[in-house]
Ligand binder design. Sequence first.
Ligand code: IYT
Ligand code: CU
Ligand code: CU
Length: 316
Amino acid sequence: QEGDCASRTKPPLLFNSHNFSMDLRMPGVSPSNSDTYLCMAFPVPTNQDSYIVDFIPHASMNTVHHMILFGCQSPSSASSSWDCGGALGTCKDDPSIMYAWARNAPPTKLPKDVGFRVGKGSGMSYFVLQVHYGDVSAFRDHHRDCSGLTLRMTSKPQPFVAGIYLLMSVDTVIPPGKTVTNADVACDYASYPIYPFAFRTHTHRLGKVVSGYRIRNGKWTLIGRQSPQLPQAFYPVNTELSVQYGDTVAARCVFTGEGRTSETVIGGTSDDEMCNFYMMYYMDRRHAVPFMSCMESGSREQFRHIPAEANVPIAV
Ligand code: IYT
Ligand code: CU
Ligand code: CU
């Protein structure tokens, strides 16, 4: 069983002068309620920068709903593990997401020569692993769980650095009962070229489909489209493409207000909603930017030209 504590090894394991691996595991937890979010922090083990080049998930399939790896400067808690579903959250500063595993989704692989830069110089001194324990009926025997991730790392600078571009809506309001509400987000891109290779969508219960695009010279090219009701992992992009200076990045989330009796707004609880489209990209190491975001609402005029597929719900 993948999340067993017996198979847990002690971090970090050294392979040679450059390559090592780090095991990030829950400390033998036994949650008593369903839908518990537990977090645990791990200091990045070197003073110099290092690069994550591979993620290997270890999760108990019958209890773990999802796992997310964040990087940040200061975790919310110093305890060995804490409840991060509530007000404490993951980090005191802004966390950045680096990996997501979700039950029944294939694992994300980084392309060759691509790594996430971590360590003091990068502003990521800690890893925070978040594990969402879904159905806890398998914990009736009070066994302990050590689900988590193994990171394959190297101190060798990689030619390309991985990063995340997050498009999110901050002002969507979903009227109760209304069958279709779109959340449109778009920003002009004004940096060095990025090469998106994976994408992740996130909404709560009301999201039907989330699509992300590059607009170049008026032409819309799909980066990724997914139902947020499917496992919210990073999926491979639709087509290999670059985003460069002068392009626009855009995303649409389609929501339904059916089943609600009052307005639904953007917020942190399951009664609220979110509209997120994440792109995982790589970029030349010489001018790498590890995190970018877009929170501007797209104009009606601009979104008149969005491909029709963006409005077609994905059956789950
Ligand atoms: C209001 C909202 O949409 N929150 C999202 C996006 C978000 C992620 C991160 C916002 C900030 C962040 O630092 I990382 I500020 C949100 O909370 N998304 C959740 C997780 O936090 C990652 C998700 O599952 O995508
Ligand atoms: Cu989950
Ligand atoms: Cu959310």
